[in-house]
Design a protein around this ligand. Structure first.
Ligand code: HEC
Length: 149
């Protein structure tokens, strides 16, 4: 009985070690792909706004940014920084200030939500303000939390 428990405990330890490495690799891959996608989505919104096009056609792009921003805290699990051996620009400062980091992502999500509403309503003034608030969070987060290339 004791031995079974010990074996189970050891096995669980080994498994969680492997799961840890796997989840770090997955998290890095998913967040990097996600950032590329939201950068493209943001560019698509800007193009239509600059061209004076029908804003409602890009409302889904803002929703995409919002959805990613809401997933962002979970895509930065502890141990998924450079110590994981992954190629990542995520700085250790993220995990030293995780609540500030998560709050930054939260502000981006709410700005993206406001942007989606404004785009659907074809309200250019509101869309411009929300777009500025949303993109302001990109730099506000990158400066303290992302390593320069
Ligand atoms: C709350 C923090 C935060 C916010 C907000 C944020 N980013 Fe980032 N971004 C990061 C971090 C950290 C990385 C590095 C991720 C990595 O390498 O693991 C990153 C990476 C990126 C990358 C590089 C992806 C790659 O590896 O190819 C792009 C592009 C990017 N962000 C665009 C944006 C844009 C555009 C916005 C705003 C619409 C934004 N980010 C908002 C933290 C943030």
């Amino acid at each position: 009985m004791k031995r079974t428990i010990l074996t189970a405990a050891l096995l669980a330890g080994v498994m969680s070690g492997a799961a840890w490495a796997q989840s770090a690799a997955d998290a890095v891959a998913q967040r990097q792909a996600g950032f590329k996608a939201i950068a493209a989505a943001t560019g698509d919104v800007k193009k239509v706004m600059d061209a004076g096009g029908d804003l409602a056609t890009v409302a889904a792009k803002a929703e995409e940014v919002s959805a990613f921003a809401k997933r962002m805290p979970a895509l930065f699990p502890a141990g998924s920084g450079t110590e994981s051996g992954q190629k990542t620009r995520a700085l250790a400062a993220i995990w030293q200030n995780k609540s500030d980091f998560d709050a930054n992502a939260g502000m981006m999500a709410s700005a993206a939500d406001r942007l989606a509403v404004a785009l659907k309503a074809n309200d250019k003034t509101a869309a411009t303000a929300a777009f500025g608030a949303m993109t302001g969070q990109c730099g506000a987060c990158h400066r303290p939390y992302r390593a320069p290339q």
